[in-house]
Write a protein that binds this ligand. Structure first.
Ligand code: COA
Length: 342
């Protein structure tokens, strides 16, 4: 893929056009790369503007860390212990529309980038991405999925690692027929070279970030999540070595331990690794994501009714689980083209 990106992060040597996954659509990405410069906020006021935009979308559902938490990461860059074997940094990247007179924010991404210098591995925990409605399907979404690779290359280079193994990881919620965005996100990831580690092999969960849990008496209720991964440069591989899955759990916890209580992380780690260890040592086959609404049936193993029973009851929440066959039928019906009225 060759294109001339707008200045900003794309003008750095860490941006490689070849990292943009082919399935994203070369022409669309090329146009977006010229139109939307990607920059990092240079002040807490600029961070606040980005946080407010993310919070407006993700705050109501509790899908974003508290302001104080992310502001602390932003201000410090890293909250990792100086001698941590895996260091984590927080990044926010903002895309502005160079064709708009107001130069407003068209899209935003935030993420955590980890580096294990000794083993030459960098993982990006993709926290949030948001494309403003009027800029959707413009290629900007692809840029926001791509820029974490440039951040990983930059972080690795700063740690003295020239060619790191780069893993992109998203903690995604399960599929529900009534939740169209949950399906759209996975279709977009499917086009972008991502696959899913089967939930029975890695039943991962996100820590409970609520204030009353982290600093109060309320017991944690971890949130079951799908492990969505892109192995950069190995996107056609339909499997992942067990050792690499263990590595990515270590990297995820290296991030979460900086803003979550370790005693809350231990059960999450033990639950995930118990299942992985029961799998054995053979490479883990990855679930291929669909790229078209007509193929949403391929999301059957990722339905809430199928995955939630893999977790302790107290992590499953209070909403009753549907019958998996009924939930799959409802999903397919929800994404079937509406028949034309004769
Ligand atoms: C998720 C999000 C970032 C995707 O960005 P986008 O600009 O809307 O979509 P993309 O360009 O990335 O879409 C890539 C592919 O996903 C699929 N897709 C995207 N939106 C779709 C829709 N509404 N219906 C069906 N398929 C869709 C298509 O295959 C699309 O490729 P195409 O446009 O070439 O057909 C954006 O929709 C968004 O901000 N949503 C709200 C916040 C959110 O859910 N963030 C992600 C989780 S943190």
């Amino acid at each position: 893929m060759t294109f001339e990106p707008a200045p900003g992060l794309a003008a750095t040597p860490f941006w490689r056009n070849a990292d943009v996954f082919g399935g994203e659509g070369a022409d669309k990405v090329s146009r977006a790369a010229r139109r939307y410069p990607l920059t990092e906020p240079g002040s807490i006021a600029a961070f606040d503007e980005g946080y407010a935009m993310l919070d407006a979308t993700f705050g109501a559902t509790g899908e974003i860390e508290r302001y104080d938490t992310l502001a602390a990461w932003f201000s410090a860059g890293s909250l990792s212990a100086p001698d941590a074997p895996i260091t984590a940094h927080y990044h926010m990247v903002v895309a502005r529309d160079s064709e708009s007179a107001t130069n407003g924010i068209a899209g935003i991404r935030d993420c955590f980038v980890t580096v294990d210098r000794v083993n030459a591995v960098s993982l990006v925990l993709l926290s949030h991405s948001l494309v403003a409605p009027e800029h959707r399907r413009s290629g900007l979404g692809a840029l926001l999925r791509h820029v974490p690779i440039a951040l990983a290359r930059r972080a690795a280079a700063a740690a003295g690692v020239e060619e790191p193994r780069i893993l992109l990881f998203a903690e995604m919620e399960q599929v529900q027929p009534s939740d169209r965005p949950s399906v759209i996100r996975l279709l977009a990831y499917g086009k972008a070279g991502y696959r899913v580690i089967p939930p029975p092999i890695l039943p991962f969960a996100q820590p409970d970030f609520r204030e009353e849990v982290q600093h109060g008496p309320v017991p944690p209720q971890p949130l079951p999540v799908l492990a969505v991964i892109r192995q950069v440069g190995e996107e056609t591989s339909t499997e992942i070595p067990v050792q690499r899955v263990e590595t990515l759990v270590d990297h995820l916890l290296a991030v979460h331990r900086c803003h979550s209580r370790w005693d809350h992380l231990v059960p999450i780690r033990e639950h995930a690794l118990r299942a992985l260890s029961a799998w054995g040592t053979a490479p883990v086959p990855l679930i291929t994501l669909p790229t078209q609404p007509s193929d949403v049936g391929a999301l059957a193993p990722l339905l809430r009714s199928v995955t939630f029973p893999l977790y302790p009851l107290t992590w499953q929440g209070s909403e009753p689980l549907k019958n998996p066959d009924d939930e799959l039928a409802a999903l397919i019906a929800a994404w079937s083209p509406t028949p034309e009225v004769p």
